[in-house]
Design a binder for this molecule. Structure first.
Ligand code: ZN
Length: 138
């Protein structure tokens, strides 16, 4: 069995952003040489997400509005977690949007459903963060 591991680095200048990382995961798959197997992609930070959905700007705007309704950033004093930090909302947004995705690899390709793309979701940007890509198979 082959095993491949790589960290993707991000430094998002804004507090929140959604970044399509499908191409980078695809590049990892090519490097791995795996033809049949599984790819795990997970955020290595508790204020960022990896998720799969449509690459459609309207939807990404809707996520932003929806997540701000669920866990507004302001006022930061509404959260017990805040005090030393101001990112309680980012922890909550990450929980909703998820930590990781697993994608099947079939015939050397990411075996997606229709319109599926992989995204990095940043909820507390302005610093370097990592995403782990682990690919196993043969
Ligand atoms: Zn925190």
């Amino acid at each position: 069995m082959k095993s491949f591991r790589k960290e993707l680095w991000f430094n998002v200048p804004t507090r929140r952003a959604f970044i399509n990382i499908t191409g980078q995961v695809d590049e990892c798959l090519r490097e791995s040489g795996v033809r049949q197997g599984l790819a795990l992609v997970n955020a290595m930070h508790i204020t960022a997400s990896v998720f799969i959905n449509d690459d459609e700007s309207g939807l990404h705007h809707d996520y932003e509005v929806w997540l701000e309704k669920l866990a507004p950033h302001e006022p930061v004093s509404q959260y017990r977690h805040n005090g030393y930090e101001d990112n309680a909302d980012a922890h909550l947004k990450r929980q909703v949007m998820g930590r990781e995705v697993v994608v099947a690899i079939t015939d050397g390709k990411l075996d997606f459903g229709t319109w599926e793309q992989i995204f990095y979701g940043e909820f507390d940007g302005g610093r370097k963060k990592r995403v782990l890509v682990k690919i196993i198979g043969e």
